[in-house]
Ligand binder design. Structure first.
Ligand code: GTP
Ligand code: MG
Length: 437
């Protein structure tokens, strides 16, 4: 079970280093990496630092671009059409120099405020929250849904249903990232009993929504926090820029609102900015953050954080990790080491390993799930950026292929822009239908 020879909480805070295991050398931030100065001055050489939460910190503290992910790089092997502002950047690893890109990291709020004439907005409509969620989801899925919708209209308007039409529908679904298996199932469902007859495009859309919902229903599962696990340890993994740190912040907010105590571990020790970014989320949400200086061993930090969380009786410990490309063996090994090391303290930890997927990357998500699952034992998925140019069909393919629970989807950068995943809403939005009431 656990090793209880550890010194006390304050001893750990101010005294010795965490007992990172001797195997596998610590992964160091690579050569050619500048910017050590900022991190080094803020913490004592090895002991972890736990920030005290400041729940009353002004909630909307502005993030400088590099904290907000402005150093994002395109994912290697990801299909074309990166988010605006990242085009043409070289592929990245977490060890690459920072600040190469300055995309649309900041929400437009600040500049919008500065605009000379605040045009009076026409209608201050009622249930802003609900409407906001649905319209952002449909907006994010619009690219996929309107492409599909156009094909459906083109294929099924005043035409008899035959094998060629169904094959073309299948192609359209495959192009929309649904995966071959699901595409076949949907076109079979459309064809069933209707050969040589006509079918209206709207009817096809309805079948599409039903079949997508059926595919997603089994994976739309909430994240259940095992009450016996104290702390409940949640490890956040994923490629660079997927939204891990932001998702931790959003989840911290949710857990705090449920009255749980939360601690965050800044396990992305590659970049000083990543540590700072998590600290900001800690301040915003009233969660203490365990940090070590940049370049420290992430597994050792995770170990320290788990011990700190135990000793302080914290309910949920969320461990951030550096973004890593799924095909970089060395970095994936570091992830394995984090898992191994925290199991020395608690065999059942981590209780959840959430893989964060960026909805704009399309097919690359398949290999991300495969490889992160192999290395870190992913227990569930979070899909972010469903508010932009998302390729949401991929979620359908992932459901069919892996059957992993999808706990949350992200539709924006703000603290409230994370919602539990619901199969019906998603299916209707992607099929271009109105919200079900
Ligand atoms: N539009 C939108 N942006 C998001 C969402 N989730 C995260 N982001 C933004 O994506 C960028 C990267 O998010 P991070 O949370 O820093 O991503 P990360 O996975 O921690 O990145 P690394 O630590 O560099 O690997 C930031 O600008 C976030 O604000 C989302 O659901 N929608
Ligand atoms: Mg991060």
């Amino acid at each position: 079970m656990s090793d209880n020879t550890k010194p006390g909480w304050f001893g750990r805070l101010f005294g010795r280093r965490g007992e990172a295991p001797a195997e596998a050398p610590p992964v160091t931030p690579s050569e050619g990496e500048p910017d050590y100065a900022t991190a080094a001055e803020s913490a004592p050489p090895a002991a972890p630092t736990v920030t005290e939460a400041s729940p009353d910190t002004a909630p909307e503290r502005d993030l400088p671009p590099e904290l907000a992910g402005a150093d994002l790089q395109p994912i290697e092997g990801a299909p074309e059409e990166p988010p605006a502002g990242t085009a043409g950047q070289p592929p990245a690893t977490p060890t690459e120099p920072e600040g190469a890109v300055a995309p649309e990291a900041e929400p437009p709020a600040a500049s919008a405020l500065a605009e000379p004439e605040p045009e009076p907005e026409p209608e201050p409509e009622a249930p802003a929250e609900k409407r906001g969620w649905w319209s952002r989801l449909t907006g994010g899925l619009r690219r996929t849904s309107s492409a599909l919708s156009e094909r459906v209209t083109g294929l099924f308007t005043k035409r008899k249903l035959d094998a060629t039409t169904l094959e073309e529908l299948e192609d359209a679904l495959i192009q929309a990232d649904f995966g071959v298996e699901t595409a076949m199932r949907i076109s079979e469902a459309v064809g069933k009993g209707r050969y040589e007859k006509g079918i209206a495009p709207d009817e096809v859309r309805a079948i599409l929504a039903t079949e997508v919902e059926r595919a997603l229903e089994p994976v739309a599962r909430p994240l259940a926090l095992d009450p016996g696990a104290k702390p409940f340890v949640l490890l956040m993994v994923g490629v660079n820029g997927a939204g891990k740190t932001t998702t931790i912040g959003k989840l911290a907010q949710k857990f705090r609102a449920q009255g749980r105590s939360v601690m965050l571990a800044a396990g992305d020790t590659f970049r000083a900015a990543a540590i700072e970014q998590l600290k900001v989320w800690g301040e915003r949400t009233g969660a203490p953050v365990v940090t070590r200086p940049q370049g420290a061993d992430a597994a050792g930090l995770a170990f320290d954080a788990l011990q700190a969380a135990r000793e302080s009786g914290t309910d949920v410990l969320m461990i951030d990790t550096a973004g890593r490309l799924q095909n970089k063996a060395g970095l994936m090994a570091e992830l394995e080491k984090i898992v191994r090391v925290i199991r020395k303290l608690d065999e059942s930890a981590p209780h959840a390993v959430l893989l964060v997927l960026d909805a704009t990357v399309g097919q690359n998500a398949i290999s991300q799930v495969e490889l992160f699952q192999k290395t870190a034992g992913v227990t569930g998925l979070v899909m972010t950026k469903l508010d932009g140019t998302a390729r949401g069909g991929i979620l359908v393919a992932l459901a069919a292929k892996f059957g992993l629970p999808v706990h949350f989807i992200g539709v924006g950068e703000g603290v409230d822009d994370l919602e539990p995943f619901t199969a019906r809403d998603f299916a209707r939005a992607i099929a271009g239908l109105e919200k079900d009431t």
